[in-house]
Design a protein around this ligand. Structure first.
Ligand code: ZN
Ligand code: ZN
Length: 271
């Protein structure tokens, strides 16, 4: 659920080759901000990586033709190996007329450079010109952790040891922090589906992530409670920040370091 200050999860990495989105929640609406106008114009290619199919992670898809219509666009999400279903079959249910002008798998004509839907599987793969690594995760419906360009994105899952090796040495770790410790103690099913901020910090510390961003924040928590949650996480992993809409920072990916190259940027819109 979005709040007055936050949209649902959509993170954007700008690289020299194009744009990579990590989830496509309502945060995609922030592309209306003038700061993105030039960025959108200077790229011809976008890859949209989806952690799973829950509405808060995909509700921005309908706006992609509006923002990215001049580009070549690849949408990739967990495929049959992970969920038992092809991504295109799931997205076909996202809607056709009158909910959308055309069902998503038939969007080819809406993007000048072409459009494809790709199934992701566990492990390393090349998708839309990017090297992407995927790890299956438990959630109410299976989700996947994603690693691309030295950014690890682990959301909608619990604190798990498997995430440590997966995120090892990341420049940036974006991690689910839906619950604080009191929330976790009081939670029923949610505790089996999401992580705590301190759990995210333990993962970041063990993985030696250079920066932890606490994302997928709980809309029921007020600012004071989020601040307490942040301080508890930062006590474990000092290089921690709470995701806020429009926050951005630059980094150089270890596997992509090239002399005189401009740094890559992550834009953050978070629930
Ligand atoms: Zn979610
Ligand atoms: Zn979910």
């Amino acid at each position: 659920m979005p709040t007055l200050a936050r949209q649902t999860v959509a993170h954007l990495i700008e690289t020299r080759r194009g744009l990579v989105f990590l989830d496509c929640g309502s945060g995609i609406a922030r592309l209306h901000d003038p700061m993105f106008k030039e960025m959108l114009q200077r790229h011809q290619r976008a890859l949209v990586l989806l952690s799973h199919w829950h509405q808060d992670h995909v509700q921005g898809l309908a706006a992609l033709p509006f923002f990215l219509g001049h580009m070549e666009v690849t949408v990739a999400g967990p495929g049959p190996q992970i969920t038992g279903e092809k991504a295109a079959d799931v997205l076909a249910r996202y809607g056709g007329a009158p909910l959308l002008s055309q069902p998503l798998p038939e969007w080819g004509g809406l993007f000048r450079g072409g459009f494809e839907i790709v199934d992701l599987r566990a492990g390393k793969q090349n998708v839309g010109g990017e090297k992407v690594e995927v790890i299956p995760q438990p959630h109410t419906h299976p989700s996947i952790g994603l690693r691309v360009r030295d950014v690890s994105y682990i959301t909608d899952t619990v604190e798990r040891d498997e995430s440590i090796a997966f995120a090892k040495g990341s420049a940036v770790l974006l991690h689910d922090a839906w619950l604080d410790n009191e929330g976790h103690a009081a939670a029923g099913a949610e505790a089996a589906a999401h992580s705590t901020a301190t759990g995210a910090a333990r993962i970041a510390r063990a993985a030696e992530a250079r920066q932890l961003v606490l994302t997928h924040l709980n809309p029921a928590y007020d600012v004071a409670r989020l601040e307490r949650m942040f301080l508890a996480a930062a006590a474990i992993h000092p290089a921690t920040q709470l995701a806020t809409d429009m926050a951005s920072f630059s980094f150089t990916a270890a596997d992509d370091a090239a002399p005189a190259a401009p740094p890559e940027r992550v834009e953050i819109d978070a629930e």
